[in-house]
Design a protein around this ligand. Structure first.
Ligand code: SF4
Ligand code: SF4
Length: 260
């Protein structure tokens, strides 16, 4: 599949039918559908920091090895943040590297976009917080619409376990929106730091210790312990802290993090 530019992607999303938050749609996907696995190929699949954290944990793979093996990376011009996309296998049909005859091999930790499908979720930062809109992707080959349960977007997301993904992705989107609104994309130093903090949690924890970062911040003991814990909850806390930390470093202040 050809790589879409950011403008193309925005236009693609805007051209999809919008579905309201309280509107229901009929959809189900399971191994018995005749199109099983057909959608897991030829994808432009962006991976958020949270997606990458979950996949690294699932595979037991260091983040650097994961990113080199499974992703392509480009820098978003407007912000300077890195965007990783999952590399499809270079073979006929360009399958996702994680698809198998019996389905997704990383199912419990599959990325946000795979969980949300057939919905697209558009978000933007407003004075009241993150506003979301939903779009329905109805592809010809997909038989998921032929049968299934009627659900609203919120019910579908709950069914697919998207809450922790959306929480983290919204926090990251907020940071990127603030940088974009400032009109000052990250310089080389901040680009490198954001890549380390957001995509390499083990290295970020080492940096926390080496630079004694906690000593300069108002953080309660429980949060500090959780950030350093080697567990899924620890990684979630560490990534949330990394996003707050980047906000503090970039802007000199952060909504949820205070210097002493
Ligand atoms: S990660 Fe899993 S669900 Fe997503 S495209 Fe690959 S095989 Fe399909
Ligand atoms: S029903 Fe749709 S989402 Fe499910 S396997 Fe078929 S094409 Fe993919």
């Amino acid at each position: 599949m050809e790589e879409l530019s950011r403008d193309d992607k925005r236009e693609f999303m805007e051209n999809l039918p919008e579905i309201k938050a309280n509107e229901r749609f009929c959809f189900d996907c399971h191994p018995q559908v005749p199109c099983f696995n057909q959608c897991c190929a030829e994808l432009t699949l962006p991976l958020t920091p949270y997606d990458i954290m979950r996949l690294c944990r699932h595979l037991g793979m260091p983040s650097q090895e994961f990113l080199t093996t499974y992703t392509d990376m480009q820098i978003i011009e407007e912000t300077g943040f890195a965007m990783h996309t999952l590399k499809m296998n270079r073979e006929p049909g360009e399958p996702c590297p994680f698809v198998s005859p019996v389905g997704c091999q990383v199912y419990e930790n599959r990325p946000s976009a795979c969980r949300a499908y057939p919905l697209g979720r558009g978000t933007k930062l407003t004075a009241e917080g993150v506003a979301e809109r939903f779009f329905l992707v109805h592809e010809e080959h997909c038989h998921g619409f032929d049968e299934g349960s009627q659900r609203t977007p919120a019910e579908w997301f709950a069914n697919q376990g998207l809450a922790p993904y959306n929480n983290s992705n919204d926090q990251y989107m907020r940071l990127m929106s603030l940088v974009q609104a400032s009109g000052k994309p990250l310089d080389q130093r901040l680009q490198a730091m954001s890549r380390l903090c957001l995509f390499h949690l083990t290295s970020f924890r080492q940096m926390i210790e080496k630079m004694r970062i906690f000593a300069h911040l108002e953080l309660d003991a429980n949060r500090k312990a959780m950030i350093m814990e080697d567990s899924l909850e620890g990684d979630e806390a560490c990534l949330a802290f990394a996003i707050d930390w980047m906000e503090l470093v970039i802007f000199g202040q952060a909504e949820h993090l205070k210097r002493k």
